[in-house]
Design a protein around this ligand. Structure first.
Ligand code: IPE
Ligand code: IPE
Ligand code: MG
Length: 245
């Protein structure tokens, strides 16, 4: 990966034995980053790719086992047609450019989201290929949430329960969790959102019940391994109680 060449990150103040196992990231602010520079929004997305792979490099260095990013939401179809088309192509290009590198770094690539008619077949094929090729990798699971919505995911789980004929008294939290898009994915310990928006926008709705939330004003194209380290430092000062005392 290109990021390998750049300087090592500052790990001071981080206890590497207590890093979050799963970090989720809402990569927001690409459009505003571009607008500030008088560039088209698409330039912000392009710059966001560098931010993503620098952050991923940092996550590998920190030993994060699960790293999940929000790439395209079920609500993002509301954007102008040209931007949607750009994002679909762009995500395919990223896979073409990066899947092999990730494979060499022993990263397992996975996808969560609704696999419906709206997602072009060729993109689905690339996603399947990337997931298949990397499925035995162990160092990190990198999950891309694409055409993903937390509510849609819960609806899909409930539909599965109903179509399996599961009785009402057998519907438990575990039964629902088992039918989410990736039932092996642990709940995120830390959720990061960039760009100063303090909301989750339908990301990991079920799984985030007890996640620590970290909001930063940094726009996504300016995020990277150092900002990830800051988030982990802050996380390590939080006290997680899960309802107990
Ligand atoms: C996040 O940046 C990327 C996607 C949602 C695909 P935005 O495109 O939402 O950027 P802003 O929020 O308009 O600045
Ligand atoms: C959330 O960002 C979705 C992704 C980062 C893919 P949005 O920019 O779509 O969210 P809102 O509209 O500001 O809530
Ligand atoms: Mg946004």
């Amino acid at each position: 990966m290109e990021a390998i060449a750049s300087a090592c990150m500052d790990l001071s103040g981080i206890d590497l034995d207590r890093v979050p196992s799963h970090i989720g990231c809402i990569m927001d602010g690409n459009g505003r980053w571009a607008a500030k520079r008088g560039l088209p929004r698409t330039e912000g997305h392009a710059q966001g790719e560098h931010a993503l792979f620098d952050t991923l490099e940092g996550a590998l260095e920190l030993g994060i086992e699960w790293f999940t990013v929000y790439a395209f939401s079920t609500e993002n179809w509301k954007r102008p047609k040209e931007e949607v088309r750009f994002l679909l192509n762009f995500n395919q290009e990223i896979l073409d450019r990066r899947a092999e590198d990730l494979h060499e770094r022993d990263v397992r690539i996975r996808f969560i989201g609704r696999n419906n008619w709206r997602v072009p077949k060729r993109l689905v094929r690339r996603m399947d290929e990337a997931a298949e090729k990397t499925r035995f990798n162990k160092t990190m699971t990198f999950t891309i949430a694409f055409n993903y919505g937390g509510r849609a995911e819960i609806v899909d789980a409930v539909r599965a329960l109903v179509s399996e004929g599961v009785e009402a008294n057998k519907i438990t939290e575990a039964a629902i969790a088992k039918r989410l898009y990736d039932h092996s994915m642990p709940d995120p310990d830390l959720l990061i959102r960039t760009s100063g928006e303090n909301r989750l926008s339908n990301f990991l709705t079920w799984q985030s019940a007890y996640s620590e939330l970290y909001f930063t004003d940094v726009l996504w194209p300016e995020f990277g391994r150092d900002q990830l380290a800051d988030a982990v430092r802050e996380y390590q000062h939080r006290e997680r109680r899960f309802g107990a005392v």
